[in-house]
Design a protein around this ligand. Structure first.
Ligand code: SF4
Length: 380
């Protein structure tokens, strides 16, 4: 079998047929490369589907170096799916703090309960069954099915997209959902039946170490002579990825109400970012600079009688970039000489917390940075 190159450029007359390559060449070359270059990582020494799942959820949109300590902490705190299922959500989110994409942690926690309640604590051992679990998409299901149960199903992540696009000259936009089918079909043809787990590990590792997004190591690449992108001078052009929409700017003005060593915080609800995490009373506006007089009037109308002299203006801007949002936050410290009324607490969903309790709460990294910066001021 030879691989037909699907790449088309307006100035070129495709499709191209690469020189004849035996069907085993690509997987065998990758497997040989992997044995020599693979990194030693804790989740590679196990066939426990729970630990594999844990590592895959943690590593999505996260570099290995950043994800590794999180994996170790989670595996230690919750050595089995039963331990994770029994943990309080606040604790799980606190352990996840700093990794971002908090829906992954919430889904993971939900799925752990689902596995305990509906599957008797035993992971499904088939790709199609794994897909039925909440938060388990085709990538994670393929990873668990192949690594834990040696099912012949190919994984597709950013690394795999890049390697396939370059080696086989696929110009389909990898950001377009429709392209997935094209890449999945090719990956499924390439994956060997006798080593699906190692092949999946190998192609992802190859993309992470050798065929990197910027400056791939083409000079010492074992696939160099059969790589379409290299032989056609298109390494920088492939893969094709359309640009994401520009991030939406948001301006957060946090009121840090403080009374007798306690701080008023609230748990964020669904429908916006950071569900389940704790932050302060929030006023969002279209501008970075806030009309303080207007804000004080709003607070007074809401039953929080604050004078301007109670308010310590922001000392700096905190910026946080999410995939679709660019947040600028400012914090106003407000020393109250009275307790907030029950009605205000209820309306704003606030509750007082001591500094010890705040430490244990899961918080957006932006809130955590503020608390660390103002440790002395806040007596934390
Ligand atoms: S030759 Fe370069 S672009 Fe092609 S597979 Fe190797 S590292 Fe990637």
């Amino acid at each position: 079998m030879s691989y037909i190159c699907l790449f088309k450029l307006p100035e070129l007359k495709g499709p191209f047929i690469m020189k004849n390559i035996p069907s085993t060449y690509f997987p065998n070359t990758l497997l040989t490369w992997y044995q020599r270059h693979k990194r030693t990582l804790p989740w590679r020494d196990t066939t426990d589907p729970y630990l594999i799942w844990l590592s895959e959820v943690i590593l999505q949109q996260t570099r290995v170096a950043q994800g590794l300590p999180y994996f170790q902490r989670f595996a230690e705190a919750y050595p089995t799916v039963q331990h994770l299922a029994a943990a309080p959500q606040d604790e799980v989110l606190r352990l996840w703090q700093g990794l971002g994409y908090y829906s992954r942690a919430r889904n993971m926690h939900h799925t752990a309960k689902q596995i305990v309640q509906e599957y008797g604590g035993v992971f499904p051992n088939k790709y199609e069954e794994l897909l039925k679990l909440k938060g388990v998409g085709s990538y994670t299901a393929a990873a668990i099915a192949s690594f834990a149960f040696q099912e012949k199903v190919a994984v597709l992540d950013g690394n795999v997209f890049r390697v396939l696009a370059r080696v086989f000259g696929l110009s389909d936009d990898i950001a377009a959902p429709a392209s997935r089918k094209v890449f999945q079909q090719l990956a499924n043809e390439l994956i060997p039946a006798d080593a699906p787990d190692t092949f999946n590990q190998a192609i992802m590792e190859f993309g992470a170490i050798q065929c990197t997004p910027v400056m791939p190591d083409c000079l010492f690449c074992p696939l160099q002579q059969s790589c379409f992108a290299f032989t056609h001078g298109l390494v920088q052009e492939l893969p094709v990825k359309s640009k994401a929409k520009a991030a939406r700017p948001r301006f957060f003005h946090y009121m840090v109400f403080m009374h007798e060593g306690q701080y008023y915080m609230r748990k964020r609800l669904s429908g916006d970012i950071w569900e389940g995490l704790y932050d302060f009373y929030l006023h969002e506006s279209d501008t970075k600079i806030l009309d303080t007089a207007r804000l004080l009037k709003e607070l007074n109308d809401a039953g929080v009688a604050v004078q301007e002299s109670h308010l310590l203006p922001p000392r700096k801007d905190y910026k946080h970039v999410l995939s679709h949002q660019k947040i600028t936050a400012r914090f106003y410290l407000i020393q109250l000489d009275f307790r907030l009324s029950k009605e205000v607490l209820q309306e704003a969903r606030l509750a007082p917390y001591s500094s010890e309790k705040i430490e244990a709460l899961p918080k957006p990294i932006l809130i955590d940075s503020y608390l660390k910066d103002e440790k002395i001021l806040l007596n934390l």
